[in-house]
Design a protein around this ligand. Sequence first.
Ligand code: IMP
Length: 190
Amino acid sequence: MKKLIFATNNKGKLKEMQLLLPSIEIISLNDINWTEEIDEPFDTFHENALIKAVTIFKATQLPVLSDDSGLCIHALHGAPGVHSAYYGGHPRADQKNINKVLEELNGVTQREAYFKAVLCLIWEDQVHYFEGVVDGHIADNPMGVDGFGYDPIFIPTGYKESFAQLPLAIKNTLSHRAQAVNKLLAFLKS
Ligand code: IMP
């Protein structure tokens, strides 16, 4: 496979995917002039990843990869989970999402969390899924300015820095998205 449409308008995800898949030309939704948000009405990452990939596949008939991902916090019974993007309300804003999580965890000492990513690939009329998870915990306060989404408050297990402080080259060896991409690459080689 030489070219792939990555079905996202999220610039952070796009940048990571371009670095994670250097051997494939990643075409963004912007490149195909697709500006609409694709609804994500479902309660599972798999279903939301599928609807994004199918919507773009129907419009283009080209190989499509989508990513549905989110932050799951044990003390919040898995929230924000599939609702990560709009947790702080509409319109979507990373800072509002972070503030809401930190308020809900105010005084909570059990701060374990994980990021999960489900990639959905539609290729040669077949649907394939690849999952990745990274464990960590939620910081008391935002740390760092790089990355996107909840990166400033997520500290991966084994590190003291948040994903927004660690270089992207490090995040890309650890992250939920990186682990899912490794499975995608193994599939493409097989
Ligand atoms: P969706 O997959 O478009 O529903 O959005 C996933 C949301 O989860 C993003 O908007 C971020 O808020 C959050 N998220 C997913 N992956 C990451 C990540 O690698 N870092 C920080 N936040 C993430």
